[in-house]
Design a protein. Structure first.
Length: 758
């Protein structure tokens, strides 16, 4: 709903221009990494520290994080690898004297002392881990290396004169993603080789580069914390594996057994000494093997330990979930008491580095330990799934300003249900640096990673039937999302993990094929497709004369050989012919049988959206849900900037019906259901693309006539089905079928989950 493929763009939206705003966003994101603390997002101010991954932090922020690792909502995702202040280095930075304290945050505060280049992301910068001195990469390379007799030796820092190794002690600041991955592997390799220290605590030395309070907090933290974070758990597994591998390696390497003599002390001492020599001799060879073992343990998902059960999730703090195949993704989840006290509810964030997607999860009212799992997304692009939760199929609704009320026809009657705010910028989802997602393909990768992380961590749901559902622009999203989940299973199986049991896709009033939908607007206004023709005869005649022209133009420019400019122009022209007259009538674009109630942009023609917005802006509600406190903007049911971002990439102009065919060929069932009164994503356009879909079951599907389906002895709509592909209409429903027909909607879903015909 909302933009949902339903707020039809005009010509200026569809004709592609140079994406200057998008380029500016990327430049700003890069610049922000050099100007702001990666943890607190505050302006960098000395003392500044950096970690083995080259990220920049304010030192006081790191100390606050070490004293309370929950102090920052996404702290573990950003710097969970930092165990103490020993894991960071205080940088010796050269101030930029041309910058004034009174200037804004966009002025680089530091420069390279050798080249005087600004530290702003344009030039690569590095620091020396031995001393913390910081230079541009090019500047450091110009310094001559110290040599003795023609052989290269340790180099000298050009600023403080301290020796360093060019191969091991130069750390790249704010590396690219690939470079960071390599640096993370090297960090883990070095940690494997760290000795495990036991025994009495040594006294704190005032010359050490760390704070006593942070040290006190660090001592014993591994014993006190639960293994919530898989990164920490894997580190412990690696450390514990070292002595085991060493012992085995030693035993199989010693050529002859060594025995101790109880009768000859001298012989025993000699034997012990010889054993020591054996150990020393094989130690060097062992650590070479250990490096390979470390790489194996660090990359092989078979050593992944899941979180376990939702029973372990706290109500007061987030638990963080990770996955070995997705090192840049994690999930924060907590219990939240709201909406329906009869079931357990959870909320949280999917963290993709600096991007954060919000979600809700409700257990089934029937049997959460055996029932299937449903994923739900609204459309737009840019509309929050809170609309689906609180208006349509969730356990509660918000019909007025008095808060939530129990919803008896919720889809969690017999299923566990997710609602996710995606892409970035929608609902309570946000990015630290203004980063955005502007295509459905990008969004699909984040969703697929979230699905894998959830199912692999909560073993109670492994193997369950998983159904991906949504409405409106979800018709574009879901075929891509489901395909990403299906293809991802190959990686999971290769790593010895349980694949996702992707069982079906359910698309309600979807915008899967934009071109067929545009042409269907003629039928909805000028024929008795759903209601009697209501547009004036002259307008209908004009529309009919342009049908052939629009169809050929869009087919040539958008399908046969995609051309961004021509496709945008064709779509804009045809929209102006078929959509503009309907808008002038004042009718609800989501329900052809009603007039719009309120301003379309403010309420989407449904006053309930205002009550949802007021509820989700209540501070106590936000706290209960675990909304990140740094997100201070008011809740918006549809975010226009996200829709604009997708329109700039012409994302809507790419049909995803071919993905539906590919899923069907792989045994994934697909349900296309449509409220008969919807205009923007109507049943005529949806039926046309389902009949035109090329797949092995097309002939049988097309040959099936539409028949009535019935609920409680009364006609609920019409349907056709063949080989796992079902098309259905729901009488009396508009764009939001569960909102208009909750009983019929639930009956449809329950039959579908049970594998029954409608």
């Amino acid at each position: 709903m909302g933009n949902d493929g339903g707020s039809i763009p005009d010509r200026r939206d569809l004709v592609r221009n140079k994406p200057k705003a998008e380029q500016a966003d990327k430049a700003n994101q890069t610049r922000a990494r050099w100007l702001f603390c990666a943890l607190s997002k505050l302006k960098l101010e000395e003392p500044v520290v950096s970690c083995a991954l080259g990220k920049l932090y304010n030192k006081d922020s790191i100390i606050e994080f070490l004293l309370d690792r929950a102090a920052f909502g996404d702290g573990e995702t950003i710097c969970g690898h930092i165990r103490s202040l020993k894991d960071v280095k205080t940088l010796k930075l050269t101030p930029n004297h041309t910058a004034r304290p009174s200037e804004d945050n966009d002025v680089p505060q530091f420069i390279c002392p050798l080249t005087l280049k600004e530290m702003n992301g344009v030039q690569p910068f590095v620091y020396l881990s031995t001393c913390g001195c910081t230079f541009s990469q090019a500047g450091l390379k110009t310094v001559a290396k110290a040599t003795v007799n023609g052989h290269e030796q340790l180099e000298l820092c050009p600023q403080c004169g301290k020796k360093y190794s060019g191969a091991n002690d130069v750390v790249l600041i704010n590396p690219s993603q690939d470079e960071e991955d390599s640096m993370r592997l090297e960090m883990e390799r070095r940690r494997l080789l760290e000795p495990t220290k036991k025994g009495k605590k040594r006294k704190h030395s005032p010359t050490e580069d760390h704070e006593p309070a942070a040290k006190k907090h660090e001592c014993g933290r591994e014993e006190e914390e639960r293994d919530v974070h898989d990164h920490e758990h894997l580190h412990k597994v690696r450390v514990k594996a070292v002595p085991v591998v060493f012992l085995v390696y030693y035993l199989i390497s010693v050529p002859t057994p060594i025995t101790l003599s109880s009768h000859n002390p001298t012989s025993s001492q000699t034997t012990i000494f010889m054993m020591f020599l054996h150990v020393a001799a094989f130690a060097l060879r062992f650590f070479t093997v250990a490096a390979s073992v470390q790489q194996y343990l660090g990359s092989n998902a078979r050593f992944f330990t899941p979180f376990g059960s939702l029973d372990l999730v706290s109500e007061s703090t987030f638990s963080t979930l990770t996955h070995p195949l997705f090192p840049h993704h994690s999930v924060r989840i907590k219990r939240s008491r709201f909406c329906d006290e009869t079931v357990r509810a959870y909320t949280g964030y999917i963290d993709i580095e600096a991007r954060h997607l919000f979600f809700y999860f409700f257990e089934s009212r029937n049997d959460p330990d055996t029932d299937d799992v449903i994923f739900w997304t609204n459309g737009g692009p840019g509309c929050s799934s809170s609309l689906g939760l609180f208006m349509e199929l969730g356990p509660c609704r918000i019909p007025n300003s008095n808060g939530t009320v129990y919803h008896p026809e919720s889809w969690n009657t017999n299923a566990n249900v997710f609602f996710i705010d995606q892409p970035i910028g929608v609902g309570f989802s946000y990015a630290d640096y203004g980063e955005t997602v502007s295509t459905s393909e990008e969004a699909a990768q984040d969703v697929a990673a979230f699905v894998a992380i959830f199912f692999q961590n909560f073993s109670q749901f492994k193997g369950r039937g998983f159904h991906m559902s949504g409405e409106s622009y979800g018709g574009r999203y879901l075929p891509l999302f489901a395909s990403a989940v299906y293809d991802q299973n190959t990686k999971l199986v290769e790593q010895g993990l349980t694949p996702i049991n992707l069982t079906s896709v359910m698309i309600g009033n979807g915008m899967t094929d934009n071109f067929k939908m545009i042409l269907s607007y003629f039928d909805m206004q000028c024929s008795p497709a759903s209601v009697a023709p209501f547009l004036d005869i002259a307008s209908c005649v004009t529309m009919k004369t342009t049908l052939g022209r629009c169809e050929k133009w869009m087919q040539k420019a958008c399908v046969d050989q995609y051309d961004a400019i021509n496709c945008g122009a064709a779509t804009a022209f045809c929209n102006s012919v078929y959509d503009a007259p309907y808008r002038a009538t004042g009718k609800n674009p989501y329900d052809i049988s009603r007039q719009c109630d309120g301003e379309l942009k403010e309420t989407l023609c449904y006053p309930a959206t205002k009550y949802i917005r007021e509820y989700l802006d209540t501070p106590s509600v936000r706290t209960n849900l675990g909304v990140d406190p740094g997100l201070r903007s008011n809740f918006s049911h549809c975010t226009q900037s996200v829709g604009e971002s997708f329109r700039r990439t012409q994302d809507m102009l790419h049909p995803t019906s071919a993905y539906v065919g590919a899923l069907l060929e792989r045994g994934v069932r697909v349900l296309i259901y449509v409220g008969a009164y919807d205009f923007v994503c109507n049943w005529v356009g949806n039926e046309r693309w389902t009949l035109a879909l090329e797949w092995s079951g097309q002939e049988e599907f097309v040959g099936m006539p539409l028949r009535e389906w019935v609920v409680d002895g009364k006609r609920a709509g019409r349907t056709r089905s063949a080989k796992g592909f079902t098309f259905a209409t729901i009488d009396g429903a508009g764009h939001m079928v569960p909102y208009d027909k909750p009983k019929e909607s639930l009956e449809m879903v329950q039959r579908w989950l049970a594998g029954e015909e409608l």
